[in-house]
Design a protein around this ligand. Structure first.
Ligand SMILES: Nc1ncnc2c1ncn2[C@@H]1O[C@H](COP(=O)(O)OP(=O)(O)OP(=O)(O)O)[C@@H](O)[C@H]1O
Ligand SMILES: [Mg+2]
Length: 262
């Protein structure tokens, strides 16, 4: 069970309150990878201060979209604005946290050394760094494993260490690619509660998943399929619009609707 610091990583930053209403805005966003069209003219707005779920089946383009938001994706065309700056702008480096689908931590370092390293990249020093590292480890319930090398952790512990490394710099926009994969239901619930608290504290979270039942945890949903946005909505509106009672049925109803419209 995750034991939460009631206020994880809470060093309030005036930039958060000054953030534009749309944390991410895309218009006509297209991406080519390996010579193939992967995203096809995506339009979307992700509101600041909320948890937005990016849902869609494997291969629908979730990771590609996230990589474009962070500015690490080549061959991107169209308009993509992140926290009021062009995606990938140097000014965004400390304002955006990205946890990749595969845990991005150093296997030969301890959990604490990894999180300390990311704290230093975020410009934290001395007692500020120590407090932030402690809070990040507590928020993902890894304090007990702080001295353990990443290589000896379980898969779920490793992905939580990667999350701690993402949270430690207290970024305004937190982009998490399938952070709950492979975690047990108790841990998944605790992490969603943590995401909720971070949003309540003014952070913007974009969380991808192909587990449709995680939709109900989000404030807003972007449903993707084959490199397109099928719907940008709220969990309640999704169910109401499709006359269904769960997100998986709603997703299938949208696919059926698209099929009968074409
Ligand atoms: N370098 C590449 N060359 C060709 N195709 C690629 C390349 N990288 C990604 N793709 C394709 O782009 C599509 C979207 O991939 P992406 O990783 O964004 O999907 P995803 O929605 O994140 O899937 P998953 O849920 O499995 O992580 C997939 O069909 C994938 O095969
Ligand atoms: Mg992916």
């Amino acid at each position: 069970m995750i034991v939460h610091n009631p206020k994880p990583c809470l060093r309030y930053d005036s930039r958060v309150t000054a953030a534009p209403t749309s944390a991410v805005r895309a218009r006509g966003l297209s991406v080519v990878r390996g010579g193939k069209d992967i995203l096809h003219g995506v339009d979307l707005d992700i509101p600041a201060g909320h948890v937005t779920g990016l849902l869609g089946p494997s291969g629908s383009g979730k990771t590609t979209l996230m990589r474009a938001m962070v500015g690490v994706q080549d061959n991107v065309t169209g308009e993509l604005t992140v926290l009021g700056e062009p995606a990938g702008a140097a000014a965004l480096r400390r304002r955006v946290g990205y946890d990749t689908q595969a845990a991005s931590v150093y296997a030969d370092l301890t959990v604490r050394a990894n999180v300390e390293y990311f704290a230093s990249l975020a410009g934290l020093r001395g007692s500020d760094a120590k407090d932030a590292v402690d809070a990040a480890l507590t928020s993902v319930d890894l304090t007990f494993h702080a001295a353990q090398r990443i290589a000896s952790l379980s898969g779920g512990e490793r992905s939580r260490a990667s999350l701690a490394a993402t949270f430690v710099g207290n970024p305004e926009l937190i982009i998490l690619d399938e952070p709950t994969v492979g975690l047990d239901p108790v841990l998944r619930r605790a992490l969603w509660e943590l995401f909720r608290r971070l949003a309540d504290d003014g952070r913007t979270l974009v969380v991808s998943s192909h587990v449709m039942d995680e939709a109900s945890r989000c404030d807003r949903l972007i449903l993707m399929r084959d490199g397109r946005v099928m719907a940008s909505t709220t969990p309640d509106d999704l169910l109401a619009d499709t006359g269904t009672t769960d997100a998986e049925s709603a997703f299938l109803a949208l696919i059926d609707r698209e099929g009968s419209a074409s």
